[in-house]
Design a protein around this ligand. Structure first.
Ligand code: ADP
Ligand code: MG
Length: 602
């Protein structure tokens, strides 16, 4: 079922960076998010974001934060270079938004990138230009204290990813929604967002989130504020909408903007129970939980969190939103919000952040935060490829942890299969765990979409045709999907009342699984009837999803070492090896730091 690859190669650095970019950089909005988080970590009080063409041609983020000196600016472009954590025990109380040191190099690997920064205008700043991960130059440049990062032509060197970018308006909307979240989390920072010459966000310093909310959504006239406590605190804002469309939800957990299915589920459940009328409304939930009950270190883009007691978080959120919904029946006016006290301390910048560290360092006149042997003397104005290995070698020397063995797969050195279900690997940073079923599903999904797009489809004739009873209703939808099924290798025809006769199936699919795929597709086709144009695309996705799920190797299925390696090399070639098409993670990382911390070694 899995093709074997004859030889294994270690990936070049540039490719590794592009793979990491898959974890952090999905679209312009994720670039904006990472850059804005860096600016916040740098203690900025004013952040300006400029986009062109939905961020596809240009993303520029300008801040007045602490800036970087020339040495640090170069170092920042190395993978896993961060000034924000130095030892693993700090992972327990991460006060900064970033901490992995992956964003800048990942973004620079997939764009034409420029970093202009200065920590001290008297000493002077530096402009570093990078093209698709290659440092082109670093020159002295003047700038007031702060940083400007320009990202042009995102994914210009990764056509497969560029293809997945949506229309500029869609990308812009995602970026704007992300920025709303950041702006609500930090009303003590001024934000602007421009698209070309159009100003979409102009939020001056605000005293509290409800004030900020009215700055962001100027036409919002009804804002309801609600609250619930117990095992944590939730402060909420509800702005009623037109009654149509999906509600927009923004979640802050301990000051971070997160996306989380559990939280969305809790809110939607209450809204559904409350009936219609909340369409198009906007809900902001600010959760404060004890830090040791939330783990932010689970997702590369840090957008997801893990709750120690998810049941009680769900209940807490439900209770809060019910309050809001109840209050909305009596419609509170905005004016009432402003004479209340400030909003649960959201505004307060967290102590101990990056900006704070920098300030302390300046005040104490102490050594730089991130000492680096390669930068002991002077600063080279041009970094060419030949000098890059020196930087990485020095960086490696700095790393205290044990080294893994040589990588024999794109994701590190294969250790083996755990319980016939998960592939275990080690890389320089720790343990890598791959879910074999989801990984294979991802591989097949991409393959099936390529077939739907016109690639040749292998199909296997059945010796004895197979009859499937689907019932009259489903059989009625058959004609509308027959062609689609044929394109993925399923040849079938109507065979009397409510019965379908199957003559060929794709080679990946076990015969018994075909029935389920055909039934699922007929169900979807029946449900989607009436929206023909959109239905066509959606059905293609559905077919690919259904087929790949049914055909993928299951858990509890033993694989030889060669098969495991082949699966991993197929996986790395997919559009996004880190997420299944429906967002489920494929790969889990347990860093060495985390391991040592949990085992009490640090
Ligand atoms: P992380 O944020 O996880 O540390 P990044 O790749 O995003 O990793 O950034 C690397 C480092 O570059 C940061 O730790 C910080 O020292 C520095 N840096 C990035 N952006 C800025 C900025 N806007 N102002 C000051 N320093 C920055
Ligand atoms: Mg960062």
């Amino acid at each position: 079922m899995i093709s074997l690859v004859p030889c294994i190669q270690v990936l070049p650095d540039e490719l590794v960076n592009r793979i990491a970019a898959g974890e952090v950089v999905e679209r312009p909005a994720s670039v904006v998010k990472e850059l804005v988080e860096n600016s916040l970590d740098a203690g900025a009080t004013r952040i300006e974001v400029d986009l062109k063409n939905g961020g596809r041609s240009l993303i520029r983020v300008t801040d007045d934060g602490c800036g970087m000196d020339p040495d640090d600016a170069l170092l920042a472009l190395e993978r896993h270079a961060t000034s924000k954590i130095r030892s693993a025990d700090q992972l327990d109380h991460i006060a900064t938004l970033g901490f992995r040191g992956e964003a800048l190099p990942s973004i620079a690997a997939v764009s034409r990138f420029e970093l202009l920064t200065s920590a001290d205008p008297e000493v002077g700043g530096v402009r570093v230009t990078v093209d698709g991960g290659r440092i082109l130059g670093a020159d002295a440049a003047a700038r007031a204290r702060g940083t400007t990062v320009e990202v042009r032509d995102l994914f210009f060197n990764v056509p497969a990813r560029r293809k997945f970018l949506r229309a500029p308006e869609t990308e812009l909307r995602h970026a704007q929604e992300g920025l709303w979240g950041a702006a609500l989390a930090r009303p003590d920072v001024a934000f602007t967002l421009r698209h070309g010459t159009r100003v979409l966000i102009d939020a001056p310093l605000a005293s509290d989130p409800s004030r900020r909310l009215t700055d962001l959504w100027r036409n919002t006239d009804q804002v309801i504020r609600f609250h619930a406590g117990g095992g944590g605190e939730v402060e909420g804002l509800l702005a009623l909408g037109s009654g149509r469309g999906r509600p927009m939800l923004i979640f802050l957990v301990n000051g971070r903007v997160v996306r989380d299915r559990l939280l969305v589920g809790a809110v939607m459940r209450v809204l559904r129970a409350a009936g219609s009328g909340f369409g198009g409304s906007r809900i902001v939930l600010d959760l404060r939980l004890p830090p040791d009950e939330v783990d932010v270190n689970v997702h590369p883009a840090k957008a997801e969190v893990r709750f120690a007691r998810s049941g009680s978080v769900f209940a807490l959120v439900e209770r809060a939103v019910r309050e809001g919904v109840a209050a909305s029946q009596g419609r509170v006016a905005v004016g009432k919000l402003e004479d209340g006290d400030a909003w649960g301390g959201v505004a307060a910048p967290q102590a101990g952040g990056y900006g704070e560290l920098i300030r302390q360092r300046h005040e104490a006149g102490g050594p730089p935060l991130f000492e680096h042997p390669a930068y002991g003397g002077g600063f080279e104005t041009v970094v060419d490829d030949a000098s890059r290995p020196t930087i990485s070698a020095a960086r490696d020397a700095l790393r205290s942890g044990a080294k893994s063995g040589p990588a024999d797969t794109p994701f590190g050195r294969l250790i083996g299969q755990y319980r016939d279900s998960f592939l275990l690997l080690e890389d320089d940073h720790g343990l890598v765990i791959v879910d074999q079923h989801v990984a294979h599903e991802r591989v097949l999904y991409d393959r099936i979409l390529r077939r739907l797009a016109g690639e040749e489809t292998p199909s296997q004739g059945l010796l004895t045709p197979r009859l499937i009873e689907v019932g009259e209703a489903r059989a009625a939808a058959f004609e509308s999907v027959a062609e689609l099924l044929r394109r993925v290798g399923i040849e079938a025809e109507i065979f009397g009342h409510g019965t379908i006769r199957l003559s060929s199936v794709p080679p990946e699919l076990e015969e018994e699984e075909v029935d389920r795929v055909v039934e699922e597709i007929l169900d979807r086709a029946t449900a989607l009837d009436g929206v023909p144009k959109r239905a066509a695309d959606e059905l293609e996705e559905e077919v690919a999803a259904s087929l790949s799920c049914r055909a993928a190797i299951k858990i509890n299925h033993s694989l030889s070492g060669d098969e495991q390696r082949a699966l991993l090399s197929d996986l790395v070639a997919t559009d996004n090896p880190y997420r299944c098409p429906h967002g489920r993670p494929i790969i889990l990382r347990l860093s060495q730091e985390e391991m040592e911390r949990r085992l009490g070694r640090r």
